[in-house]
Design a protein around this ligand. Sequence first.
Ligand SMILES: Nc1ncnc2c1ncn2[C@@H]1O[C@H](COP(=O)(O)OP(=O)(O)O)[C@@H](O)[C@H]1O
Ligand SMILES: O=C(O)C1=C[C@@H](OP(=O)(O)O)[C@@H](O)[C@H](O)C1
Length: 290
Amino acid sequence: MYGEAVALGAGTVLNALATGVGSAFALDAETTAWVELDDSGVVEGAIAGAPDGDTRLIRRCVERVVDRFGDGHGGHVRTESDVPMAAGLKSSSAAANATVLATLSALDVPVGDGADAVLDREAACRIGVAAARDAGVTVTGAFDDASASMLGGVTVTDNTADDLLAREPVDWDALVWTPAERALSADADVARCERVAPMADLVADLALDGRYAEAMTVNGLAFSAALGFPTDPAVEAMPHAEGVSLSGTGPSVVAVGDRDELERVRDHWTQREGDTWLTTTRTDGARVIE
Ligand SMILES: Nc1ncnc2c1ncn2[C@@H]1O[C@H](COP(=O)(O)OP(=O)(O)O)[C@@H](O)[C@H]1O
Ligand SMILES: O=C(O)C1=C[C@@H](OP(=O)(O)O)[C@@H](O)[C@H](O)C1
């Protein structure tokens, strides 16, 4: 009983830590999960390149799928990822979505919009969100990030009700800067984020109006200030990018817009320590590998 699936990392339009409403867009950065189920009743996990990595999330994803669709199975889950962990680029959502889809595949449960499908990808995504809450790796459940990773494009969600408010395909080039430091979402200063709630409401209005790029720039200024991250990378990008923001609870910064213009931003950002890379948005989302 074997399954394999891929899900995507994402960047932030609106951080949900202020009001519970959030927005994110899928990036071309993939996490793959391999799941092998057996009759042991115990789930073990491993993360490629991180022998001491916290596997609670992916083990809990397997357990939740097995509880609903399996028969007391245990087994083994392993992930391998292009998405740096705890850098604001939604590694947890990508790992959860890939693991949920791989486990469903191992149990031969069809997912999607087809006539034989038992659940659609949005429902599969909610299983990963529940597992993230169980594992304590999230503040709001992060349905914003999880839905972007699972469905592709940009999504706007209300994480207090796991409600999908909007979803649109977006076709942008994106520039990502990831410094070496790491910031676990679960350790974020939520009270500081709540202080910028009026700005978060404005960002939500802009996003629901389809003005995603401007929305993310306002988000970046507000949440960089709230969480104590520098705004210099955003100010360097603003003359060239359509939008730029601190992603999630940081420390990564993502700019979107025209490739030629983003290459000019790259000239600034590569002078900083850390990794800077050009990528694109993705509209296809997560998938099972048959
Ligand atoms: N590739 C992965 N495989 C398994 N678990 C992962 C993976 N990536 C992230 N996680 C889980 O998610 C946690 C990080 O979540 P979080 O702080 O929200 O970072 P991010 O913003 O990248 O989602 C990790 O401590 C780990 O529990
Ligand atoms: O844990 C959470 O509830 C969230 C964490 C943040 O993302 P990161 O995990 O990328 O820091 C934030 O952007 C998101 O809207 C909600």
